[in-house]
Design a protein around this ligand. Structure first.
Ligand SMILES: [Zn+2]
Length: 270
């Protein structure tokens, strides 16, 4: 009896289920990707999806961005009863002013990023496009860090997406440009405003030093592919590998806040 118990224990421990999360909170049903196709991929890959539509002021009359309560309610209704999370990707500092609070609160979550940032003249620049230029990377970095803080301070976000992404010309210098004080400022803001940090497949960010600091600060993490094509939606291998390297318990994985506890309901916004 004793011997059997002794042998059984380690076998059971080895067979314990892996509690690594399998959720992609940053999947876009756009271009060729439909909700039904995304659901099929979710089943195939055994990854739960959080589908996000872009929401905020329309950039042009033909923009697909959700910008009214009616449009947001249609999006929420489209996913009702389906095995996915329903979210939005926030666009513009004032996105939440386009909707009423009770409607925003019906979403599972809101993610946003700092990738559309004003240049020195105030023109909004999409940092992932060739429109980005700088002759002074250090000055850009200081403004970029401040902009991250502004994004989290002024918007009721659940998740900071694409964190520490750098424009292509600066990527070779990422390790030098992301100094400890710069990383600390972003992590302090995420902690202060209770925003989860996305581990992002598309840009393979953040790097381990940032993630270790965020882990130490007690921050929650989410996974995001930031994809809309069949090959990349639900592709979370990078996130899973990173999660395992960080040795995080399941309790540190982001989960949508319950009703009544959403950022739009809890935050006082300037
Ligand atoms: Zn996105």
């Amino acid at each position: 009896m004793l011997r059997r118990t002794f042998l059984a224990t380690p076998i059971l421990a080895a067979a314990a289920p892996d509690d690594t999360p399998r959720v992609d909170y940053h999947a876009h049903p756009e271009h060729e990707m439909t909700v039904d196709k995304a659901l099929a991929i979710s089943r195939e890959r055994n990854v739960k999806l959080g589908l996000v539509e872009h929401a905020g002021a329309k950039e042009s009359p033909t923009s697909h961005r959700l910008s009214t309560d009616d449009e947001l309610l249609r999006w929420i209704a489209a996913l009702k009863g389906k095995p996915v999370y329903c979210g939005i990707q926030a666009e513009g500092m004032d996105w939440h002013r386009h909707f009423s609070k009770p409607v925003i609160a019906q979403l599972d979550y809101v993610l946003g990023d700092a990738l559309t940032m004003p240049d020195r003249s105030g023109n909004l620049i999409k940092l992932w496009t060739p429109a980005f230029q700088t002759s002074n990377p250090q000055d850009f970095m200081d403004r970029y860090v401040d902009y991250h803080i502004e994004v989290m301070a002024r918007q009721p976000l659940d998740i900071l997406a694409n964190p520490t992404f750098l424009p292509t010309p600066l990527q070779p210098d990422a390790a030098r440009l992301w100094t400890a004080p710069r990383m600390t400022k972003i992590i302090d803001a995420a902690k202060k405003y209770n925003v989860a940090i996305e581990i992002n497949t598309k840009y393979q960010v953040p790097a381990m030093p940032f993630l270790e600091m965020a882990k130490g600060a007690g921050i929650q993490f989410s996974f995001g592919s930031n994809a809309h094509d069949a090959a990349a939606i639900g592709e979370i291998s990078f996130c899973v590998d990173t999660w395992r390297k960080l040795r995080l318990p399941a309790s540190r994985f982001f989960r949508p806040a319950p009703a009544g506890r959403k950022p739009i309901q809890l935050r006082t916004l300037a």
